[in-house]
Design a protein around this ligand. Sequence first.
Ligand code: KIV
Ligand code: ZN
Length: 519
Amino acid sequence: MVRNVSIFDTTLRDGEQVPGAKLNMKEKLEVATQLKHLGVDFIEAGFPSSSTGDFQAVKEIATKVGNSEDVVITALARAVKSDIDAVYESIKYAKNPLIHIVLGTSDIHVEKKFGKSKDEILSKGVEAVKYAKTLLPDVQYSTEDASRSDFEYLWNTIEAVVKAGATIINIPDTVGFAEPEEFGHLIYRINQRLINLNDQVILSVHCHNDLGMATANTLAAIKNGADKVECTINGIGERAGNTSLEEVVMAIKTKPSIYKAETKIVTKEIMKTSKLVSNLMGIEVQPNKAITGENAFAHSSGIHQDGLLKSRDAYEIISPKDIGLDDMELVLTARSGRHAVKSALQRIGFGSLTDDQFTVIFDDFLEIADQKKEVYSHDLYTIVARHLKNLADQHCFYELVDLQVISNNQFPSASVKVKKGDQIFNQSSSGTGPVDALYTALMEISGLDISLHEYRITSISRGKEALGKVKLQVEFADELFTVQAADEDIMKASALAFMNAINMAIVKQLQEANIQQLG
Ligand code: KIV
Ligand code: ZN
């Protein structure tokens, strides 16, 4: 039997605890709205007693996002009346509000953090639940540091708070200390007792990633009876972060015979949500991160590209389309083989080259690939143009000759000089910032309408001569392109990346105009 596992998203509470990730109210509302589109069952909107701003943001989310039955809005309270009041006052506007109370159960928390006896802490938890129940019917109780707690004391706490009215018991591995087999066993034992005590109470887990095992621990908990799991987008959160929502959801979906479970997540919204959170919080997603990392569906080795082109399942266990990406990305580099280059040529309209034509083109490709990190469709087009005499315009792409960019508060401006074949173009423009001015100037020269979706800059080497890598996602004629360029001068890298975008757009135009006339 397939059971439903509820997804509790805490990106806006545990995730927002990451230094520098604080969002303003408008941004929090935007993330919460997207989380609802993603189909999460619970949104933990914040920690309202921490600041007036957080209180207002939770209230706004409860009112505007919690206005339908399909999502529960919650917020965190310590086991004290003022925190519980702040949670109640901010979430009561939601159709389905839930009070979330946290209190430690490990000896370290009870004795060292609170300096109290176990009995005192247990009574404090029970009183907090009883008080919360006077305000709302639904109360979640988190036994903080559960994975390092004495089992019988942990169980006594659970039993007492359930009797006091808690409707969800959440078992946190607060410091990421658990290991999958051990954590699965803990959840199994709790689940056996909880079913006997009150089978209406939901068992939940909340894992941290200090040993890189948050996803594995959460999945082990699901196998052992947890019906609700707490996660964040991109796995952000305190220290090494929380369980990553996208990893758990895609693991469950990809391995139905193992987990025998499903979630309500609309997986096609995963990438959009990941990018939104990363952009608003300013937290880059590690490139090799499972599911949402930028390399998660990019294949560059010739052996893999060849295998994928023969049969996608050779190297692909999830379709990129399932998480809202366009398609797998075959990056053309010096390691790409003949099969991948042939397929890329076919995509830009050169599907009927003779073997002799392809051989010379492939030799040129290897030469360019040795000089450049990535080879783009306009590079391929230029190579083909060089060898096929009838090709309409052999000089249809732009090259950067020079640039000057002025950054100031009033009129950021840029002047660029570019060439296309023998023609030289000069253009000066102003913009909201230096990059905007630069891109406006380049776009004015090209006459193309390219919209910039994403601009990212990273350093790819160390010291004074560090290269700045600029990566862009642009849209032209309803198609998204990802392009990049690197240079010691970040403005030049920015310009070169945009030139790549312009040239890719030109290839698209050429394709559409059916200009290729094979000789
Ligand atoms: O890590 C933790 O224990 C928490 C609780 C509030 C669930 O974040
Ligand atoms: Zn946590």
